[in-house]
Design a protein around this ligand. Structure first.
Ligand code: UD1
Length: 345
């Protein structure tokens, strides 16, 4: 079966994708520098799939080490490139860290592809490229807006670098996946979101508050032009998202792509407010999430949700998990983590 190189494969979306790839029989080589993930994730993947993926502790920014890695693991059929820094606020304080991590890695991989005869590249992009869209739900051909953060800019520039590079190399192809807001965890609760330090994203903050690790969740603003005043996003189960990557890889291997670079929105098509998420989380898990409304967070978009019909029609992919199940899985993962931490103490 084809061998897939997964950069950032011990991260949140990466680990769930590795599980889905292994379930479909792909051989996986993970490359990750563990800067924002734990080696224990490999055991979680092994528990779920019965197979421990090959793991290389390498930083994708290090060209020489990556070159060696491709020598060692020959015949890579496709690369799925997740490895990146993703904290919007941090990217404002440390722009060069973001430009280096998120763009040098892309450049290295694209440069190494022809040398090691790898033709297929899947790129983790983000709905952040749309900024605040003029029309909702947002489609793939919506205008790309000026990025509000260096992080957002790295995703826009990353997409451009891929398009320019592939154009100069006709035998290669790429699928760019623009994620909306991935949440939830694998149904086994063996893998999930594991942020370092204080979480930036909503769901890990919700679960950590519910379990008592954080005193109170801050809701960033209730004066937006939305029905309840809080921001609206398209929250998608991470396993649904992971499955789209397997389909994207298979599509390239089967040579079913229609353009050298294809771009897909990965979302549910449903917009939900921060307050709706908190409310549903409390109801389905029968747990309280102490929260208070505070000022808006700088750089937040008011509302965005996907038109996923292009991915639905072309990839035959659809997000199937319900919000309730997704929020249950996030809570089950937090509970399992707490159990593990207690057992280790
Ligand atoms: C943003 C980007 C996304 C990127 C992600 C990386 C947009 C539209 N989205 O996601 O592309 O991949 O960062 O981290 O640019 N919230 C609270 N309290 C909290 C945390 C969050 O109220 O403690 C609210 C936010 O204001 C927002 C929503 O929850 O309305 C989701 O926030 P978050 O999970 O951080 O994701 P985005 O900012 O949407």
């Amino acid at each position: 079966m084809a061998k897939i190189l997964v950069t950032g494969g011990t991260g949140f979306i990466g680990s769930h994708t590795v599980v889905e790839l292994q379930k479909q029989g792909f051989e996986v080589v993970i490359v990750d520098n563990l800067s924002n993930s734990s080696i224990d994730v490999l055991s979680g993947i092994e528990k779920i799939t019965g197979k421990r993926p090959i793991f290389e502790n390498v930083d994708c920014v290090d060209y020489v080490s990556m070159d060696r890695l491709f020598e060692k693991h020959s015949n890579i059929a496709a690369i799925i490139h997740f490895a990146a820094s993703k904290a919007v606020g941090e990217s404002v304080d440390k722009p060069l860290l973001y430009y280096r991590n998120n763009l040098v890695s892309v450049i290295n991989l694209l440069q190494l592809m022809p040398i090691h005869k790898v033709d297929n590249f899947v790129f983790s992009s983000s709905c952040t490229v749309y900024g605040q869209p003029d029309v909702l739900p947002v489609t793939e051909d919506a205008p790309i807006k000026v990025a509000l953060s260096p992080y957002g800019n790295t995703k826009q520039i990353g997409e451009e670098i891929i398009c320019d590079t592939l154009r100069s190399n006709p035998g290669t192809q790429s699928i760019i996946l623009r994620y909306f807001n991935p949440i939830g965890a694998h149904a086994s609760a063996e893998i999930g979101e594991l942020p370092n330090g204080v979480p930036n994203n909503l769901l890990p903050f919700v679960t950590q508050t519910a379990i008592g690790l954080r005193k109170q969740l801050q809701v960033y603003g209730n004066d937006y032009d939305t029905p309840d005043g809080s921001c609206i996003r398209d929250y998608i189960h991470v396993v649904d998202l992971a499955k789209a990557h397997v389909i994207a890889v298979q599509r390239m291997l089967d040579k079913k792509t229609k353009n050298q670079v294809e771009t897909f929105n990965l979302g549910t098509g449903r917009g939900l407010s921060v307050l709706e998420i908190i409310d549903t989380f409390e109801k389905v898990n029968e747990v309280k999430v102490p929260h208070k409304i505070v000022a808006r967070r700088e750089g937040d978009i008011e509302k965005v949700w996907a038109d996923p019909s292009y991915a639905n029609n072309e990839l035959g992919w659809i997000a199937t998990e319900t919000l309730e199940e997704t929020l249950r899985s996030a809570w089950a993962w937090e509970l399992n983590l707490a159990k593990r931490t207690k057992a280790e103490a």
